[in-house]
Design a protein around this ligand. Structure first.
Ligand code: ZN
Ligand code: ZN
Length: 429
């Protein structure tokens, strides 16, 4: 992670100079479903996940958020067995077959895997908001409308496993090759989203800001075409691959086969080369995709420099200063730039609606006026508008781009915890 390389006084002065509040809550309300066939696993009696932990634990979601405030489906139905299990095959599916102009590109350059898209899936989705005529409506009235998002990640090509995994935020924890986000296994109420919520026939649904996402691997991507190990189906935000349900001998994997982050290490085909590498797997059981982030913190920013933009382009002006949205003065960015590095800080609200500090440390200039990077959320050093760096930890929360129209006008686009925000900002000093 790059943070310790930065001078703390600079960070503190940047943050304390910023009296800004992100007016967008990333609260995650929705409804959800699933269907499938699996050898060796009884899909009619899957244990309802109930392990939400504050440290890595097998079979659990190691959650950054520890307080939950409702949302999700409001009624449970006959697929909940009453003995702590549920019947995946008995869950109603959100009706519909809506096609979307999906955009999704994967590219590799300068040691970075760039993922850019609009989060709209390459497969059809159900009809959202859930129609009153849908039989699922009696259980889950997901009122959200699917909308295009600014999906953008710079992932390291060769992530390294860390002995101390990171917690999972609400919001995106990965992207599947269908072009849409993976969220963790929890709904807004901190419950097993696959057990309690209803999804469409590709296991997706939109949250409050319209971001279509899965809480489990979509069955609309082909898994196990050859009978052996599952193919790569997506990427986690720490850069590691997400694979399907099947291990090296074609066996259906369970939590018992995987570590606390829901992955394991063996030889895989990685960008056309056979390498021994950590990777995540889907299981039919909770937590379904990822239990915690195994990648070294900061690896998903790509590159190995400490806070340097190592791209071939560089800015032609110095944009350092305090940038505020004049139409909504509770929102702003404190931005610092010198020859070798840039820092961006803002105060926002996390998925629970609590204030949270965010920072972008090693953003890259993709043109002389466009800067993008991974957004980190600080925890432990914050809690209000007072920032205490001595206690700060950080975890990946999303991504942000700052596009400068001039030295006094810019647009900040960010995706944090699954919510997208785009703001015109002006430099006030
Ligand atoms: Zn959801
Ligand atoms: Zn594997």
């Amino acid at each position: 992670m790059n943070h310790p390389d930065f001078k703390r006084p600079l960070i503190v002065s940047l943050i304390t100079s910023l009296i800004a509040a992100l007016a967008t809550s990333a609260a995650h309300a929705h409804g959800a479903t699933e269907h499938a066939a699996a050898a060796g696993v009884d899909l009619t009696r899957l244990p309802i996940g109930n392990k939400v932990t504050t440290s890595p634990q097998r079979g659990a979601v190691y959650s950054c958020q520890t307080q939950f405030n409702g949302g999700g489906a409001f009624a449970t139905g006959k697929w909940i067995n009453g003995d702590g299990t549920y019947n995946l095959n008995a869950k109603p599916i959100i009706d519909g077959a809506v096609s979307w102009p999906s955009q999704f590109t994967l590219s590799v350059s300068n040691g970075v895997r760039k993922i850019i898209g609009n989060d709209l899936p390459s497969h059809p989705t159900g009809t959202y908001p859930v129609a009153t005529t849908d039989d699922a409506y009696q259980y889950d009235r997901n009122p959200n409308r699917i909308s295009s998002q600014n999906l953008s990640y710079n992932l390291t090509l060769n992530p390294e496993a860390s002995a101390t995994p990171a917690c999972l935020n609400m919001g995106p924890i990965g992207v599947l090759l269908s072009g849409s986000y993976v969220f963790n296994a929890l709904d807004a109420g901190g419950r097993d989203a696959v057990a309690y919520e209803l999804q469409d026939s590709c296991q997706g649904h939109p949250e409050r800001s319209g971001a279509y996402h899965y809480h489990s691997i979509t069955t609309c991507l082909e898994d196990k075409p050859s009978g052996g190990h599952s193919p790569l189906l997506g990427y986690a935000i720490d850069g590691f691959g997400i694979y399907g349900h099947y291990g090296q001998n074609g066996e259906t994997l369970t939590n018992a086969d995987l570590d606390e982050c829901h992955g394991h290490t063996h030889e895989i085909d990685w960008d056309g080369k056979n390498v021994v590498m950590y990777h995540y797997h889907a299981t039919w059981e909770y937590p379904y995709t990822i239990g915690c982030l195994r990648g070294k913190a900061g690896s998903s920013t790509g590159g190995t420099g400490s806070g340097t933009g190592t791209g071939t382009t560089s800015p032609t002006a110095n944009y350092s200063g305090l940038w505020i949205d004049s139409s909504n003065p509770t929102w702003g960015v404190s931005f610092y730039q010198d020859n070798s590095s840039s820092l961006m800080f803002f105060l926002g609200y996390d998925g629970a609606g609590s204030p949270a500090w965010y920072g972008v440390f090693d953003a890259r200039w993709s043109s002389s006026t466009t800067l993008s990077g991974t957004v980190y959320r600080f925890a432990g050093g914050t809690g209000s508008s007072v920032f205490n760096p001595a206690n700060a930890r950080s975890t990946v929360a999303g991504s942000a781009t700052m596009q400068f129209d001039s030295t006094s006008s810019a647009t900040v686009s960010a995706q944090i915890d699954g919510s997208s925000v785009s703001r015109k900002v002006s430099r006030i000093r």
